[in-house]
Design a binder for this molecule. Structure first.
Ligand code: CP3
Length: 343
């Protein structure tokens, strides 16, 4: 078969046939092959064992035929390396205890030396590049500073975001010191991923969509831009995904990313009016549409492909991660339909 570089070409603005596709959370609990490994090791152990992390990264490549692999890890891994206390609690999600609330808490956090503090991530990438050499490119990733700060300050997942917003508005100096530190860590972390072999980078800003346009600029975009600027000279494509960011798209365009990821709420036609036609678009099927029967799924995929064709180039993805409830055969079917309709 040989190496399939449609994903990298599309990142750089080239229209490809077929349109490349990968799915956020393409390795995960919806796959019985993942569950089998997860039955023997907890999630963090999987992330920290390069052979296991590499194996689950490859599962969707071999089982589903996606056009890119994404490193199996988590956005919260570098926070642990910085000194935060991270655990994943069954049925609750990530917990960071004690939460970061005061200037004094900065004393508990430090810069990282990727070769030493997250060597398992770099080792996973090296294994993967060998295994993927005749297959598809490897995407590395990190959480964006605002999103990582939200986990640190809230102590985990939140609905109200009151603690991070309180810090932003009542202790802006502390907020800035924390985000400066996370930004510096993220630059060294992503540089090390690229040096180890990551061929593209996605920055996940899962929670920046809770911000007004005004606050997004100061509290999220500024730091994402700094990261993209620092990585530019590495010459790998940079993807910025802001979940729930429909109201921010013209600002997101200013981040310096080569590719803009869209969630499902804003259709591509509407998004392009804000973004323009000079950047690659990635997205944006609602993951729950994978529950549709085949014929209706085909219609919805075809609509997205038509809209994506107007963009400079298009990488197909979901608007957010694959959910554990989705039948794996539907995920495979969607990928086949995307390839078939765009050929
Ligand atoms: O996309 C991939 O296949 C690569 C691996 C990956 C994971 N998490 C694996 C994972 C990536 C890129 C992430 C990113 C991530 N992690 C984000 C940003 C993307 C998004 O979803 O908006 C966020 C916010 C996290 C934090 C996180 N990790 C949460 C909130 C949870 C718990 C929720 C859940 O689904 O269990 C996780 C755990 C997690 N990360 C799992 C996986 C496969 C499930 C672990 C398990 O129990 O097996």
């Amino acid at each position: 078969m040989g190496f399939n570089d449609n994903f990298l070409k599309a990142c750089m603005g080239e229209k490809t046939t077929p349109v490349p596709v990968w799915f956020m959370r393409q390795a995960g609990r919806y796959l019985p092959e993942y569950q089998e490994i997860r039955g023997k090791a907890d999630f963090l152990t999987m992330c920290k064992t390069p052979e296991l992390a590499a194996e689950v990264t490859l599962q969707p490549v071999d089982l589903l035929g996606v056009d890119a692999a994404i490193l199996f890890s988590d956005i919260l891994i570098p926070l642990e390396a910085m000194g935060a206390n991270l655990s994943f609690v069954e049925g609750k999600g990530p917990v960071l205890e004690p939460p970061f609330r005061h200037e004094d808490d900065l004393k508990r956090l430090h810069l990282i030396e990727p070769q030493k503090d997250v060597s398992f991530v770099l080792e996973t990438i090296k294994i993967l590049r060998r295994e993927l050499s005749e297959k598809v490119p490897l995407i590395g990733f990190a959480g964006a500073p605002f999103t990582l700060a939200t986990y640190l300050v809230e102590g985990g997942t939140t609905k109200s975001f009151v603690n991070i917003k309180r810090m932003l508005f009542s202790a802006p100096d502390t907020f800035r010191k924390l985000l400066d530190l996370i930004t510096e860590v993220t630059i060294s972390y992503l540089s090390a991923q690229i040096d180890a072999g990551a061929q593209a980078i996605q920055l996940f800003d899962t929670w920046a969509g809770i911000l007004t346009r005004h606050d997004f600029k100061d509290a999220a975009l500024l730091y994402a831009r700094r990261i993209f600027n620092a990585l530019k000279s590495k010459n790998v494509p940079l993807i910025y995904f802001v979940f729930n960011g429909g109201h921010l798209l013209d600002l997101i365009r200013l981040s310096g990313a080569n590719v803009i990821g869209l969630d499902w709420r804003t259709d591509i036609e509407t998004a392009l009016k804000l973004i323009g036609n000079d950047v690659t678009i990635q997205g944006n099927l609602d993951p729950c549409l994978l529950f549709l029967p085949e014929e209706r799924l085909r219609d919805r995929i075809s609509q997205i492909l038509y809209q994506g064709y107007v963009a400079k180039s298009h990488i197909f993805n979901l608007g957010h991660g694959v959910l554990p409830e989705i039948p794996p055969e539907k995920v495979k079917l969607a990928i086949d339909i995307i390839h078939e309709l765009s050929r």
